[in-house]
Design a protein around this ligand. Structure first.
Ligand SMILES: [Mn+2]
Length: 267
């Protein structure tokens, strides 16, 4: 899937901009055999440095099932990608995190910048963080940020941040601060199931005026389309709607879905 993402990006000559972050050495070794013209790294904790031992328990589980189904390891990968996102931002002005299951139909980068600039004109606060998220309807899990040990409860369909495509710009110092802050909130939730990261990040930005949603920008549907709970697109519908990228969440067979969208370029 990751190699296919690389192949999709190479159609627009964006493949060299890709950095692949592997959570274990086996994956790194396997991907290195593909001779990709981009950076491939093994994840090293920075924001989660002081809980490295706990991380190793989950990172050693590299089975396919652990990365695709609900498992504590799956949840961990969701947390870790925010640390990888943060680390990339220390090295680059612009960073776009892309899940490896993303379908890329078009070069969306200029379009993304255009819409962020457009939304900036309507922000009331002086220094918004340069973070853009894709929102989708998902079953929200009640997480208590003060008492993480309290029970997770189902709240119902809510607009949540999706972690599949995230943008950040390091021009504004508060961008880094916000990622540091919400990553701290992840730690007591290690080992849980579900996309807890999305619930925590949504909760974090929805909380106070200081880090309200005014600090973030929304990625539009035409740049990144995603299924909602209860609304699942077929490949035919996606091809008709022509989004620049599509994130096939809730799909059992993602490879088949990508093939049906004519975007599978791996033998
Ligand atoms: Mn995904």
């Amino acid at each position: 899937m990751c190699y296919n993402l690389y192949k999709q990006l190479s159609v627009f000559d964006r493949h060299e901009d890709l950095t692949v972050v592997c959570t274990d050495i086996n994956t790194f070794n396997k991907l290195s055999q593909y001779k990709m013209d981009c950076q491939i790294e093994v994840y090293k904790p920075v924001l989660f440095k002081n809980v490295e031992e706990t991380l190793q328990i989950y990172l050693s589980n590299t089975e396919y099932g652990s990365t695709s189904n609900l498992s504590p390891s799956y949840t961990m990968y969701q947390f870790l990608k925010h640390d990888a996102f943060y680390q990339m931002l220390l090295k680059h002005d612009h960073v776009c995190l892309i899940d490896s299951d993303m379908i890329i139909f078009e070069d969306f980068v200029d379009e993304l910048f255009y819409w962020i600039d457009n939304q900036r004109k309507f922000k009331v606060i002086d220094t918004p963080a340069y973070l853009a998220f894709k929102y989708y309807l998902q079953i929200k899990i009640g997480v208590n940020l003060e008492q993480p040990e309290s029970l997770y409860r189902w709240i119902g369909k809510k607009q949540l941040i999706n972690g599949g495509l995230m943008y950040a710009n390091n021009r504004c110092y508060s961008t880094l601060n916000h990622i540091q802050n919400y990553c701290k909130l992840f730690i007591p939730h290690f080992g849980q199931l579900n996309n807890i990261d999305e619930n925590i990040v949504t909760e974090y930005f929805g909380r106070s005026v200081l880090h309200s949603m005014d600090n973030t920008f929304a990625i539009t549907d035409h740049i990144n389309l995603i299924n909602n709970v209860g609304v699942k697109y077929t490949p035919e519908q996606v091809l008709k709607l022509k989004p620049m990228t599509f994130h096939p969440t809730f799909e059992a067979d993602k490879i088949q879905f990508i093939k049906d969208c004519n975007q599978w370029f791996v033998e």
